[in-house]
Write a protein that binds this ligand. Structure first.
Ligand code: VG1
Ligand code: CO
Length: 543
């Protein structure tokens, strides 16, 4: 079968954001859009020829078509072997694990994560490196640069492979191994958490509910929670991956999972629930009448790490993204391990994990993970929580309240203003940026500012510097306000306002979060001129 070299011209805007290149399906479906970006990966990443590559995605619209195209391009670039999930499916953490388990040079992961799918939704593609993690900024910059000076791409015109058929196939000289997407991942999970304890807890009559939101987490959740841990049949809801995620928004947060929240309220509710996003790297954890913030989830896992076999006797450090609440910092300080603050996006945890400086990390955006892979891991987070419930023999709410009583509570919320014009989003940011130098010592909506800056990060392992990672304002009384623009959206701009307030006194821990944050919300509006500059009376999504 001949290998073709086809001529092409650069397509503007193929710049990866927080997590890969995300664009509308309608754009990805245009001639050469996908091919150009994949060619840019092959041009920018050294050493793919002769190597093993992992390939798969979250099953959204275009997933299978893209897998077939990428296989043919990989063959044309002399890749020795591709490990591909059956039907082209792989969760992001499972892909990360496969890279590490089989010594692959990297992975091409097809996902726009929590963004909606279907023909009118979003598609995405990202490259992960040999450590299993998202390409660092230097590499995504090189991929973008390569995309801007292409003149041709290479592809085989061999027929499509049968991706339903497990086992070995050939495409030109390249070996293609179609794998059960769940098998290796399920094996790994059993080495990390106490399956016996969880099984006993479930056998004792505790009930769970997992919601895969019609995305790729379904098959993983069924295997782990129902098949291996013995949860009742139908504990996993919305388990069959669909190209349009059932028309929904595969984003596990209170705003997008009203059904799950309703199912978890009242005395008849299950004891534990979790939901996962499109590519199953995010998680939301719930107990009966209790919804956890991801920041608290991270802090509680850190405080209880000794109970989880994976961490026993080896937790040296944790990390959180800058906008994530400082709840985990308080735990690290009290228990004597290191705590790092990184920019938003999982790629910034990679070096710390590789260097063994941290074993656990997380983001406020429903991302939690550890050093077993180099991605956040939704199903793992649910297993780690079940491990805690089974060992502590307490409910989720009891564990959370005990944690606050000991360490204090960080009230936390994120206000997203979606679909703003790029000008409006940037106007708010610029207005705040302009005020940064003069903010310290001033008062906003009754709150006195201690410090204000534009977050820049120097990676302690390789010394690389990332500027402009979010504007942060810290107040004298312990509140913190952060503003940044999203790097994963595909339309206009999304302004994220992160609100955090520390309250030590347990008598005040029962307040409603939005009420507890009311002064800070007002301060954010005064500072950013949000209502005036965006024309919005309130945020579109509050989590
Ligand atoms: C968002 C989150 C960020 C997360 C990223 C990818 O990015 O805020 O914490 O790492 O999504 O998550 P942004 O730039 O839109 O704020 V996933 O599960 O969408 O790959
Ligand atoms: Co995701």
């Amino acid at each position: 079968m001949p290998l073709h070299t086809l001529s092409t011209t650069p397509i503007a805007g193929q710049k990866p954001g927080t997590s890969g290149l995300r664009k509308k399906v309608t754009l990805f479906a245009q001639p050469a859009y996908l091919e150009n970006f994949v060619q840019a990966i092959f041009n920018a990443v050294p050493g793919l020829s002769g190597a093993t590559l992992v390939l798969g995605g979250d099953g959204r619209y275009l997933n299978e078509r893209a897998v077939q195209t990428i296989l043919k391009m990989a063959a044309a670039h002399g890749v020795a072997r591709v490990l591909v999930g059956r039907m082209g499916l792989l969760s992001t953490p499972a892909a990360s694990h496969l890279i590490r388990r089989y010594g692959a040079a990297g992975a091409i992961i097809l996902s726009a994560s929590h963004n909606p799918g279907g023909p009118d939704g979003d598609f995405g593609i990202k490259f992960n490196t040999a450590n299993g993690g998202p390409a660092p900024e230097a590499l995504t910059d090189a991929i973008y640069a390569a995309s801007q000076c292409l003149s041709e791409y290479r592809i085989s015109d061999a027929p499509d492979l049968d991706l339903n058929l497990l086992g070995e196939q050939r495409l030109e000289a390249m070996r293609v191994t179609v794998l059960d997407p769940v098998a290796d991942y399920a094996q790994l999970m059993q080495t990390l958490v106490d399956f016996d304890a969880i099984r006993a807890w479930i056998d004792a009559g505790h009930r769970l509910r997992l919601d895969a939101l019609h995305a790729v987490g379904g098959p993983y959740a069924i295997r782990l929670f129902e098949d291996l841990l013995g949860a009742q049949m139908n504990s996993v809801r919305n388990a069959a991956p669909q190209p349009d995620f059932g028309g929904g928004h595969p984003d596990p947060n209170p705003a997008h999972c009203p059904e799950l929240l309703a199912a978890m309220s009242g005395p008849g509710a299950p004891d534990f629930a979790a939901a996962f996003d499109g590519d199953a790297d995010r998680n939301m954890i719930l107990g009966r009448d209790c919804v956890l913030t991801p920041s608290d989830s991270l802090a509680i896992l850190a405080a209880n790490a000794e109970l989880i076999p994976q961490f026993k006797g080896r937790l040296r450090g944790v990390a959180r993204s800058m906008p994530t609440s400082r709840a985990v910092d308080v735990v690290a300080e009290a228990l004597g391990f290191d705590c790092y603050e990184t920019p938003t996006g999982w790629k910034f945890f990679g070096n710390l994990l590789d260097a063994g400086r941290i074993q656990l990390c997380g983001e406020e955006s429903y991302g939690t993970g550890a050093d077993h892979v180099r991605e956040k891991d939704g199903v793992w987070a649910a297993l780690a929580w079940l491990n805690l419930l089974a060992v502590r023999k307490q409910s989720v709410a009891e564990i959370v309240h005990a944690h606050w009583a000991r360490f204090g509570r960080h009230f936390y919320s994120r206000h997203d203003y979606e679909g703003l014009s790029v000008q409006a989003g940037e106007a708010v940011m610029q207005r705040v940026r302009d005020q940064l130098p003069s903010l310290a010592g001033s008062t906003l909506a009754g709150l006195r500012v201690r410090s204000a800056d534009d977050f820049a990060y120097t990676d302690p392992v390789d010394g690389s510097v990332s500027q402009g990672q979010g504007l942060r304002i810290v107040f004298e009384s312990g509140e913190r306000l952060v503003l940044r623009l999203s790097g994963t959206g595909t339309e206009g701009a999304t302004l994220r306002v992160y609100l955090e307030r520390y309250v030590a006194d347990p008598a005040l821990h029962g307040q409603d979060t939005q009420q507890a944050l009311a002064m800070l919300i007002a301060a954010g509006d005064v500072l950013g001129g949000i209502r005036t500059l965006t024309g919005r009376e309130a945020a579109d999504v509050v989590t």
